[in-house]
Design a protein around this ligand. Sequence first.
Ligand code: KG4
Ligand code: ZN
Length: 347
Amino acid sequence: TGSLTFLGIESSCDDTAAAVIRHAPGLPAQILASVVEGQTALHAAFGGVVPEIAARAHAERLDHCVEQALAESGVTLADLDGIAVTAGPGLIGGVLSGVMLARGLSMATGLPIVGVNHLAGHALTPRLTDQLAFPYLMLLVSGGHCQFLIVHSEQRFERLGGTIDDAPGEAFDKTAKLLGLNQPGGPAVQTEATLGDAKRFAFPRPLLDRPGCDMSFSGLKTALLRARDAVMAEKGGLTVQDRRDLCAGFQAAVADVLAEKTRRALEVYAALNPEQPALAVAGGVAANTAVRARLETVCAQAGVSFLAPPLRLCTDNAAMIAWAGIERFRAGDYSPADLVARPRWPL
Ligand code: KG4
Ligand code: ZN
């Protein structure tokens, strides 16, 4: 039947995850299990992911995640056709834990392993959820990544541009921190922004005056800090409305930059004359309603369909890794060299 069942393992950042996917050619893939154990609480006090804490947590939790994914899916090791594991890019301690576990399982069972690039996992997700046809444009926008990719095949990704400094999710999180809001900052800032006046504070739109698809978000963070301090110096504190207006102004600036750069990326993509043109998004920031609304408008204007996989598959997970493993295994284009754990691994 050509049906393949893969175990996926992900441990490159602050989520420990395992998943089981089954796929038969021509049919939608089935996610038999997808277990994600986040570490937000472990790192919350430090204002960012602490690599040593993340590495230890992955090492402690990976076995259990895999066992749970197998138990939930009702699949045994003997039913599997292969193992896919994130081999980078990411925090090396976590990546190594995942790779060692995959190696151990492979040695015990004789199953093949596919080393998957974490970014490729995100970029191939729209094919898992919607069987999207190549080539499509991908905007990956999260706490750690921000880039445009034309996805030509399961292994050819053309980068059109991306952030030259912070990722937008990072900027949302820092904004929340500066305004005393909860982490993760994105949802908190979005809630405040809904009730704010985006025009009250003038935030910059970095790099819009420059051609191409590169972006910059670190200046926005600085602008927010300055605007906040100016209000505090004047009034001795922030009112609820000040906070809302700051969030609204910041969010509008992020949405403007992403929308305009997406418009440009779509122009490059359109030159390929894709049969069914599509923009897919992934990453936590793609959950932002203001960002999403702007991207939908840009796509509608360009005659391109807009696709956002469910959030649990947009953020870090192992289903996308199992899926990328299946795609590459089918194409036969993986190699043992892909299994070396790499902190840096450009697509
Ligand atoms: O994809 P993700 O779960 O993890 C990685 O960064 O890999 O993305 C998390 C990021 C966080 O920075 C979070 O603040 C942001 O996505 N985020 C949002 C929203 N929901 C999550 N940013 C803006 N608006 C949101 N609604
Ligand atoms: Zn990710």
